[in-house]
Design a protein around this ligand. Structure first.
Ligand SMILES: [Zn+2]
Length: 54
C-alpha cells in the first residue's frame, strides 16, 4: 500500500497517509494538527531505480 506525503498549507505541517489509490480518490485528507483541508500532496520518491549490475 502506497504512502502519500502531504503538507498542510495553513500550519505547514507535513504528514504521511497510508492508503490505497481507491481510498485516495474519495478520501478527505485533513491536517492532523489543525484539521484544515487545505493540504497539498507532496511528491514522495522512495522507489529508487537501482538496476545496476556490477
Ligand atoms: Zn495544519
Amino acid at each position: 500500500m502506497p504512502v502519500y506525503e502531504f503538507q498542510c498549507m495553513d500550519c505547514k505541517k507535513t504528514f504521511t497517509v497510508k492508503m490505497s489509490v481507491m481510498e485516495m480518490e474519495k478520501a478527505n485528507i485533513t491536517c492532523p494538527k489543525c484539521g484544515s483541508k487545505n493540504v497539498k500532496k507532496m511528491i514522495s520518491s522512495f522507489h529508487t531505480m537501482t538496476s545496476k549490475k556490477s
